[in-house]
Design a protein around this ligand. Structure first.
Ligand code: HEC
Length: 162
């Protein structure tokens, strides 16, 4: 009996780290290309969070001199600030709606980022006319899964570091 309980507990642990069925590798890869082509002029893809925090909070963005929050910061805050992770399918719709709205109608008043981060930037320029709906769907999928799930990319995942 004890063994069965242990086995079940262990299986639960493994499943918790598995990618949700909503993860779509092709969509993610397409989204990554969109990010590289249309966003990386300003947004870095991923940087270690302790480094970012030191840069923004202690060093006034003087060390990294970033033009915008990084993709992984956005990925983390999207999932943390909008809706709930309990239902990934719905959560993806909610976070996609946010990204869609933000990149067409940016306004720092809607920010999901930390005050200590966002204060270093002016509002993002609108991308209206520069990106189509398919590309927005793709880049939103990419941003959702960029940070916080193991096995998606080479970036390490440790939420306690945020
Ligand atoms: C010309 C520079 C530039 C480009 C290109 C750009 N951004 Fe941004 N973006 C910014 C800046 C600066 C901020 C921080 C200020 C803000 O939030 O408006 C930002 C913030 C954001 C935020 C967070 C909003 C918040 O404050 O919570 C999202 C989401 C975002 N960008 C998505 C994208 C995506 C997706 C693309 C590519 C399709 C993109 N951006 C292209 C400059 C840019």
């Amino acid at each position: 009996m004890k063994n069965i309980v242990l086995t079940l507990a262990f299986t639960g642990f493994i499943f918790a780290n598995e990618l949700p069925e909503e993860f779509d590798r092709d969509l993610y890869n397409q989204g990554e290309k969109v990010f590289e082509n249309k966003c990386m002029e300003c947004h870095q893809k991923s940087m270690p969070i302790p480094l970012l925090m030191k840069n923004f909070i202690e060093e006034n963005n003087q060390t990294l001199n970033l033009k915008a929050p990084t993709g992984n910061e956005i990925s983390f805050r999207l999932k943390q600030q909008i809706g709930s992770r309990d239902d990934v399918e719905f959560h993806l719709m909610q976070t996609t709606a946010f990204v869609k709205d933000y990149i067409i109608n940016p306004d720092k008043a809607k920010t999901i980022c930390l005050e200590g981060v966002i204060r270093h930037f002016n509002t993002m320029p609108s991308m209206k006319g520069k990106i189509n709906d398919t590309q927005i769907e793709e880049v939103s999928h990419f941003l959702y899964f960029l940070e916080g799930f193991n096995g998606v990319n080479e970036f390490y995942f440790d939420e306690t570091k945020f």
